[in-house]
Write a new protein. Structure first.
Length: 407
């Protein structure tokens, strides 16, 4: 148990596009100096002051540190119960911060979707974090909270109502509206760059169990969907979902960390619903072509450079109006061993990547800081559901605009 520290949560990266939104959410939800003691941190005092002025509350505490200055990071992590970081690409800026949190028993959450970096954090720090009592929770945004908590939710309800867990869960993105930020594009580029240089990283990225504990990196699930196909259980055409590459690994890690409560034959997959009938099928092929265009082009190639002229730069992202008009809607299908099916719904009231993500991340940090008593008694490199379970579900529904329901 952490001794009481100066702040419950420090938002690290508060000058960036997403960090600013987390601060905005905190100001609205918790105020300053109230139940949740929080501060904004970044590498540039002037920029921090400008953001604070825009937020309109000069009493928000500010802290200056740098990702690559070990001493400043140690000072930072010793002042807070939880570091909530949006400083990415994490593979470039996150190593020293995770190491400092683990060393000082500080809890941590982020928005990393960079599977190869999370694997490194697991290998380097899981055991040390278990010893220091630090809870390191990656993927607390659109990837991978709806997937991880949606699976946790449908399995909890299945067990409660039918006395058994589903043997298979299918997560289907039914509809969503939003956009990308420059920070996310930079992170995706960095994953591709690292994978193009190192075949071991490429192999890990293609392993469906790539984030499982070592020695447990196999199971019944196959590669993520790569084509358009008909899903009999959902009665619709489906196409690949770009976030499946990280979300499915997180859900499988959760299952492994909990010692396989759904059984070793449990299967999980993700896809996007493209629709019914011929139009659904055609929409699937159009979506597939768009995805191929987005992912094509080696980092640094001419195609990649041209593509980036149409994409946002770091610090940029969807407008307030786009975020407020945005939403997401998942259908979750759970199948029991006898073929019976239950269905759940997971929805968000803002655009997935920023409006909703900033609230999910902020509430994950608040949950780590304030709900330790009602959370699982675990530490290590964790996932949202294994670190916070029911306590996080309550916060997501009360304060982050998410809903989880059985249909
Ligand atoms: N998983 C999800 O659902 C999801 C959604 C959104 C974003 N993300 C991820 O979140 C991350 C941030 O995205 P974003 O769009 O907010 O990016 P961004 O606007 O580029 O912000 C990056 C932040 O990192 C800070 N930074 C950079 N180098 C630093 C250093 N050496 N020391 C301290 N701070 C440093 C920047 O500070 P300055 O302002 O001083 O440059 C800025 O505050 C990305 O990795 C992105 O992939 C994930």
């Amino acid at each position: 148990m952490n001794k009481k520290r100066e702040f419950d949560v420090i938002i690290w990266g508060a000058t960036g596009f997403t960090g600013r939104l987390v601060a905005e959410h905190y100001l609205k939800q918790y105020g300053v100096g109230g139940k949740l003691k929080w501060a904004m941190a970044g590498r540039n005092q002037i920029k921090l002051e400008q953001i604070r002025s825009k937020l309109g509350d000069e009493s928000i505490p500010l802290i200056v540190a740098d990702s690559h200055d070990k001493e400043s990071l140690n000072d930072l992590v010793k002042r807070a119960t939880v570091i909530c970081t949006t400083v990415g690409p994490y593979a470039r800026y996150g190593n020293e911060l995770v190491a400092a949190c683990v060393e000082h028993g500080t809890d941590y959450c982020d928005l990393a979707g960079e599977t190869q970096w999370i694997r490194r954090m697991v290998d380097q720090h899981h055991e040390a974090a278990q010893e220091s009592g630090s809870r390191i929770v990656h993927c607390c945004g659109f990837d991978s909270i709806p997937s991880d908590m949606g699976t946790y939710f449908i399995q909890r309800e299945a067990k409660k109502s039918f006395g058994e867990y589903c043997q298979q869960v299918k997560m289907r993105l039914k509809s969503a509206s939003g956009g990308f930020s420059g920070g996310t594009i930079a992170s995706m580029d960095n994953v591709m760059l690292e994978a193009s240089k190192d075949p071991a990283i490429m192999k890990m990225l293609f392993n469906p169990y790539g984030l499982n504990p070592l020695g447990e990196t196999s199971g019944p699930d196959k590669a993520d969907l790569q084509s358009v196909k008909y899903d009999n259980d959902a009665g619709v055409w489906i196409m690949p979902f770009i976030m499946a590459a990280i979300n499915t690994r997180v859900v499988r890690r959760s299952h492994a960390l909990n010692d396989y409560p759904y059984g070793k034959s449990f299967q999980y997959d993700e896809a996007m619903i493209s629709g019914k009938g011929l139009s659904g099928r055609l929409k699937g092929y159009t979506g597939l072509a768009f995805l191929a265009a987005l992912m094509a082009g080696k980092p640094g190639s001419l195609y990649s450079k041209v593509k980036h002229r149409f994409l946002p730069e770091p610090g940029e992202g969807p407008s307030k109006e786009e975020r407020e008009k945005g939403f997401f809607n998942f259908t979750v299908i759970g199948k029991f061993i006898d073929g019976e099916v239950i269905e759940a719904k997971v929805t968000g009231d803002r655009d997935p990547g920023y409006g909703s993500t900033s609230k999910m991340l902020g509430e994950s940090a608040a949950c780590l800081a304030l709900d330790k008593q009602s959370s699982p008694k675990v530490s290590g490199i964790l996932t949202p559901s294994t670190a916070m379970g029911d306590a996080l579900l309550v916060r997501l529904e009360s304060n982050a605009g998410l809903s989880f329901s059985i249909v």
